[in-house]
Design a protein around this ligand. Structure first.
Ligand SMILES: Cc1cc2nc3c(=O)[nH]c(=O)nc-3n(C[C@H](O)[C@H](O)[C@H](O)COP(=O)(O)OP(=O)(O)OC[C@H]3O[C@@H](n4cnc5c(N)ncnc54)[C@H](O)[C@@H]3O)c2cc1C
Ligand SMILES: NC(=O)c1ccc[n+]([C@@H]2O[C@H](COP(=O)([O-])OP(=O)(O)OC[C@H]3O[C@@H](n4cnc5c(N)ncnc54)[C@H](O)[C@@H]3O)[C@@H](O)[C@H]2O)c1
Length: 466
């Protein structure tokens, strides 16, 4: 039987990063993945394919709506070739997952294909083409998550679908009904909206992206409505029914009135659930909590001391970069180091256009905690860079401690906010004040100038260009 210092179950951004870090630290490492392709949700049916489709559909929308204004004329009709778009997405995925194969080989990590199932706290049985058993001193559970649904919905994967099917449709929906106005619903809703679908979003809470700063929800809602999205907040979905090619969704609005939505596809994007099916965690004595997550302490150690868990299968934000940070942390803990993750500084991004990005506390959280704070906000439309590219929507908002000026949260919506948020993460990591950012030179013309201007506004209400 093969023995390892560490065996990792699951090869998503949590598992494969943990494997690389373990190998870098000199540990004999194995990784077990149930699918023939490495990379997990993020690389195969998550982050990467969704961004590939967002990019393609963005190009199409630009060509149809904005090229003429830029002085670019395309003779004849501009058409979508959905098959080519989906094929390109798949080739991006294939290149990316191929890169993980290369990294496993480069780091001498043994890859096992099959479902990993605990036999006991130091042995895992791998049920693939043949059954193999391995032994490991330490085991990391990185089994991720799966889409969740509502009890009365039958996901048929044809017309009533999850994100996985939405990434490989063979036709553009005429009317896509999206249940859940969170990250997946809005990103994939925007893909099909740009390609010509009518899109209706049904959200249970009183605003879309309800966990982010309310200012961001409001601005994104405004922009999406301008893009002709139908946004229906405070709606409680009560039935989803398929009749041939039609999907009928019934919901109660805020007043308790029944509202009926009729479309040809319905995307269910109401969150994801931790995935431990087939893992046989009980054989190792590993405890799950009542939400189905693997229970861990601050070192991401389970109740069994040599078994750790990371990523979507444990508490916290279900984000690829959070999973990867946890993978690194656990590898270093096993190696006897004392790493640390500041969860407050894990940024969150929604890749709609305009992009939405956040780090730290929201205004709602600061108010609830009774923290005295000041806010500085700067609109993207006041930037030369925004006018040059015609990306006028959005703003950057900086929240800083009223007394010390330390930055407590940064919330932005606008072109390239996903990349711009990195400056805020660095600043907060070093406990910068708003004045620190306001005194740093930001290249002109860039979208990042909005961050400096928001910092000036937060420091002394002295933004320059407004
Ligand atoms: C449509 C979509 C878009 C997303 N976009 C983003 C984004 O832009 N940015 C971002 O940060 N996050 C994004 N996410 C979330 C991101 O994909 C997850 O947070 C991330 O993949 C979690 O990583 P993980 O390693 O914990 O688990 P996963 O990536 O889910 O990987 C778990 C792996 O474990 C395997 N596995 C499970 N059980 C077993 C077993 N018993 N034996 C062997 N293998 C097993 C699974 O097959 C899977 O490959 C997106 C998600 C979706 C669905
Ligand atoms: N850009 C990114 O980082 C990215 C992209 C996609 C997915 N993800 C991750 O994947 C996970 C799942 O994404 P998601 O969009 O499914 O979840 P989410 O939690 O972002 O959004 C789910 C939405 O559905 C709403 N909802 C819940 N029950 C409902 C109901 N009965 N009726 C109507 N609305 C309801 C919620 O209020 C919420 O707004 C998220 O945790 C997210 O972090 C991240």
């Amino acid at each position: 039987m093969n023995s390892y210092d560490v065996a990792i179950i699951g090869s998503g951004p949590g598992g494969y990063v943990a494997a690389i870090r373990c190998a870098q630290l000199g540990m004999k490492t194995a990784i077990i993945e149930k699918y023939p392709v490495l990379g997990g949700t993020c690389l195969n049916v998550g982050c990467i394919p969704s961004k590939a489709l967002l990019d393609s559909s963005h190009h199409y929308e630009d060509a149809v709506k904005h090229f003429e204004e830029h002085g670019i004329e395309i003779p004849g009709d501009i058409k979508v070739n959905l098959k080519q778009m989906i094929d390109r997405k798949q080739s991006v995925v294939d290149q990316t997952t191929g890169g993980i194969d290369y990294l496993m080989k480069k780091n001498n990590i043994e890859v096992y294909q099959g479902v990993g199932s605990f036999k006991d706290a130091t042995h895992v049985v791998i049920k693939g083409e043949k059954e193999t058993e391995i032994e490991a001193k330490n085991i990391i559970i990185a089994t991720g998550s799966k889409p969740s649904s509502l009890p009365f919905i039958n996901i048929d994967k044809e017309r009533i679908i999850t994100s996985t099917e939405a990434l490989k449709l063979t036709e553009i929906p005429k009317h896509l009904i999206v249940i859940g106005g969170g990250v997946i619903g809005l990103e994939l809703g925007q893909v099909y909206k740009r390609l010509g679908a009518e899109v209706s979003v049904i959200e249970y809470m009183d605003r879309i992206i309800p966990t982010m700063d309310a200012g961001l929800s409001k601005e994104l809602s405004k922009v999406l409505k301008k893009q002709k999205f139908s946004i229906n907040t405070s709606h409680r979905v009560k039935s989803v029914e398929r009749k041939g090619k039609e999907v009928i969704v019934k919901a109660d609005n805020k007043k308790g009135e029944e509202v009926t939505f009729k479309g040809d596809y319905c995307l269910v994007s109401v969150g994801r659930r931790p995935y431990t099916d087939g893992l046989n965690a009980e054989a190792a004595g590993v405890k799950l909590n009542d939400r189905g997550q693997v229970e861990v302490n601050e070192h991401l150690q389970t109740n069994v001391s040599n078994i750790y868990a990371i990523g979507d299968v444990v508490k916290g934000a279900m984000l690829a970069h959070k999973a990867s940070e946890e993978g690194t942390l656990v590898a270093e803990v096993i190696a006897g180091q004392k790493p640390h993750i500041d969860y407050n500084l894990i940024p969150g991004v929604v890749y709609t256009w305009p992009e939405v990005a956040s780090v730290g506390k929201t205004e709602e959280q600061l108010k609830e905690a009774g923290v005295a704070y000041k806010a500085g906000q700067f609109p993207m439309r006041a930037l030369g860079r925004s006018r040059a590219s015609m990306d006028l929507d959005g703003f950057v908002k900086i929240l800083a401690d009223k007394n010390t000026d330390e930055i407590l949260g940064v919330h932005m919506i606008g072109a390239r906010a996903a990349d711009m948020i990195a400056e805020a993460v660095v600043a907060m990591e070093y406990r910068a004040s708003a004045e620190d950012i306001s005194r740093m030179s930001h290249a002109h013309p860039t979208f990042a100038e909005a961050t400096k201007e928001a910092a000036l506004a937060a420091t002394e209400d002295r933004a320059l260009h407004i």
